[in-house]
Design a protein around this ligand. Structure first.
Ligand code: FMN
Length: 180
């Protein structure tokens, strides 16, 4: 799939998944797209755990039976960052930014390969969800689980949430300036 088509087709999918697993060769390509994202100081502090076995998927799903996307997921990719500063400058914390760059790369790769997913981050911040996920995945206390990507082959055709028009969000020259 061409890059701009993947950007347009990527959407947050929370519907049912087909009952088929995601081959490891595809999971490796998806995570490789995350590994290749830019990072502050090129410190490459993002790490990833890929879950594709039924037992661990069920343990993740059991954390919150209301979280439908985790119940449906045929695989889950967790993006993990250190809680401390970025190596290279103790004043800078680039964990969120690095994780976001990796996450978008992975979402585009997921789309390009015909899978669907959703950026699951707000859910992690609520209740004790992050701690429970970290426990299931064996993540050390000094690292944070920032994002989960539950994925699979979508059983429904859906599309990206509508976006505001270019003119409402972008200008040439100065804020509020010229339209293209
Ligand atoms: C930082 C961030 C956190 C998000 N957290 C969640 C979440 O916890 N649960 C969820 O269902 N969607 C979550 N989303 C997905 C957004 O709801 C979604 O991107 C938005 O509604 C726009 O829809 P689109 O992805 O189809 O363009 C998150 C997205 C971002 C960027």
């Amino acid at each position: 799939m061409e890059l701009f088509e993947a950007i347009e087709r990527r959407h947050s999918y929370r519907g049912p998944m087909l009952n088929e697993g995601v081959p490891r060769s595809d999971l490796v390509r998806i995570v490789q797209a995350g590994i290749q994202a830019p990072s502050g100081y090129n410190a490459q502090i993002t790490t990833f755990v890929v879950v594709d076995d039924a037992d661990t998927l069920a343990r993740l799903g059991a954390i919150d039976p209301q979280c439908g996307v985790l119940q449906q997921a045929r695989a889950v990719i967790a993006c993990i960052v250190p809680r401390g500063p970025t190596p290279g400058d103790s004043r800078l914390f680039f964990g969120a930014e690095d994780c976001s760059a990796a996450t978008e790369n992975m979402l585009l790769a997921i789309t390009a390969l015909g899978y669907a997913s959703v950026w699951l981050e707000g859910w992690l911040r609520l209740g004790n969800h992050e701690a429970a996920v970290a426990d299931v995945l064996g993540v050390p206390k000094e690292r944070a689980v920032k994002v989960l990507l539950p994925l699979g082959r979508p059983a429904r055709v859906e599309s990206q949430h509508p976006k505001l028009p270019w003119a409402a969000r972008a200008w040439f020259g100065r804020f509020g300036g010229e339209a293209p």
